[in-house]
Design a protein around this ligand. Structure first.
Ligand SMILES: [Zn+2]
Length: 487
């Protein structure tokens, strides 16, 4: 028996660097988890992060799920250029104004100054619009349903790993339709795709609704959103879909000859979800020990840890090989490194691996393994002959449990207030989502932000009939709005 193994329970705490207490400093805890779990790290260029292999494997699983959903709804993928000539971007005034403060410009090609500045895409409406105008001639070319997976650049002043970085990864869908109604339906359909991706794949409950005028996408007619609540009570915009109307179509001259032989402008949408969703996963499910990943997207679903003693070492490894054979259908890691079991347990917990199977002499004797759930910490013996079935059921249960916990948390943190005073007092006491009546004016929205730092996260689709009086001005309310402090 090795010295290291004999003290496996004692060194558990020292096995990974100590995380900041999640209840004391949530932001510091977040950065600790992201870095120690090796999801991502800073680089020498401020605002640019490196996504490490474990973080990228997670993103790849998420991307595969969302990509499948996007394709199931009739979209295809393509790739458009990273660079956009300034003249193209300038064509749409609101769009330029909205993005100008964050655009990165290329002024030189090699040593030669460019005749026209070129921007690095902050989003691709302009470049894609200019290309679509060449592709679309007839109503037979519609609808055009294209998505791209790409990187974009927005020069952010304040940055946070995954949540706000100068360069980030995302998908952006860009579609063209024959009628106004079709485009509206598309933007709502994709919002539902996002909702299902978040709720079913990431186990994150989201609130669906409309953005207020001041929060909508630059150049859009309406922006719809899914919003999630993080464990520190702050909201996170998880995804948006935009009904663009004919705004960009008119600017970029995207016209088609309709069946009635008249020329018409197309109706457009765009929609996106980014690597922010990785941050949302960390901040929705994480706990004092680190990540808790939903089984559907976890890079490793099961870690198998042999408890090795010199006398039974070969026998245990042999037994483990048999156990691993039963787990063919899952993403499994076998940790036979020379770290102590305690170290391995702590590391697997930090990395959020949903299930851990411990295999020691006693397990071997009883034809079993010891199964430990990351979400609840529950530990139980499982016969190897039942392993495949029990693992499948348990992974499904973990997926459901994470969602239920997140939903319960959101419900606890959702309140209804009538006045600005109540909102301010409420937010001081407990951060969360606050429903309040709002008249629809930008002045009142600004007054709320000024006083409480809370913004309108969304105007939920489910609106009460009686909305009462605006929380700020007391006039008749047009909306039941959801206010929160946000990332
Ligand atoms: Zn008002």
């Amino acid at each position: 028996m090795s010295k290291q193994d004999s003290k496996n329970s004692k060194d558990r705490k020292g096995a990974v660097e100590v995380l900041t207490d999640i209840n004391e400093d949530f932001s510091a805890w977040y950065v600790d988890v992201v870095r120690q779990a090796k999801l991502a790290d800073y680089t020498s260029l401020k605002g640019c992060m490196v996504i490490r292999p474990y973080g990228f494997a997670l993103w790849e699983n998420m991307r595969a799920r969302l990509d499948g959903r996007i394709k199931e709804t009739g979209h295809v993928n393509a790739y458009f250029p990273l660079f956009i000539p300034e003249s193209l971007l300038q064509k749409e005034a609101d769009h330029v104004e909205g993005f100008a403060p964050e655009v990165a410009w290329v002024t030189h090609g090699g040593n030669k100054e460019l005749e026209e500045r070129v921007c690095v895409r902050p989003t691709s409406e302009a470049v894609i619009g200019s290309i679509y105008s060449k592709w679309i001639q007839s109503y037979r070319d519609l609808p055009l349903l294209i998505n791209q997976w790409a990187n974009v650049v927005r020069w952010e002043k304040v940055t946070r790993l995954f949540l706000r970085t100068t360069e980030f990864l995302w998908q952006e869908g860009h579609t063209c339709h024959r009628t106004e109604q079709e485009a509206l339906n598309e933007s709502l359909k994709m919002l539902e795709v996002y909702e299902r991706f978040y709720e079913e794949d990431l186990a994150i409950p989201v609130l669906k609704g409309l953005k207020s005028e001041s929060e909508k996408f630059a150049g859009a007619r309406s922006t719809f959103c899914v919003e999630a609540l993080m464990r520190d009570g702050k909201a996170l915009q998880a995804g948006t879909t935009h009904d663009l109307g004919q705004h960009f179509a008119k600017v970029f001259d995207i016209k088609f000859l309709d069946e009635d032989e008249t020329e018409k402008y197309v109706w457009q949408t765009s929609w996106g979800v980014s690597t922010r969703s990785v941050g949302a996963l960390v901040m929705t499910h994480g706990d004092a020990r680190g990540l808790r990943l939903p089984p559907k997207v976890a890079p490793t679903q099961i870690v198998v840890v042999p408890i090795l003693f010199d006398k039974t070492r070969d026998e245990t490894l042999h037994y483990c090989a048999y156990v691993l054979e039963c787990l063919d259908d899952y993403r499994v890691e076998f940790d036979d490194s020379d770290k102590t079991p305690g170290w391995k347990f702590a590391e697997a917990e930090l990395r959020g691996v949903p299930l851990r199977l411990e295999v020691g002499p006693r397990d071997m004797k009883n034809d079993q393994v010891t199964m430990v759930r990351r979400d609840t910490g529950e530990k139980r013996p499982v016969l190897v002959e039942d392993l495949d079935r029990i693992v499948e059921e348990t992974l499904e249960d973990i997926q459901r449990e994470l969602y239920d916990q997140a939903l319960a948390f959101r419900e606890e943190r959702t309140r209804r207030v009538k006045t600005l005073d109540e909102l301010a007092a409420g937010l001081d006491e407990l951060r969360g989502l606050y429903h309040a009546p709002w008249c629809g004016s930008e002045e009142c929205e600004a007054a709320v932000k000024e006083r409480t730092k809370a913004t309108i996260r969304c105007l939920p689709f489910d609106q009460p009939e009686e909305k009462g009086a605006c929380l700020a001005c007391g006039e008749n309310a047009k909306w039941d709005a959801v206010f929160a402090r946000a990332y």
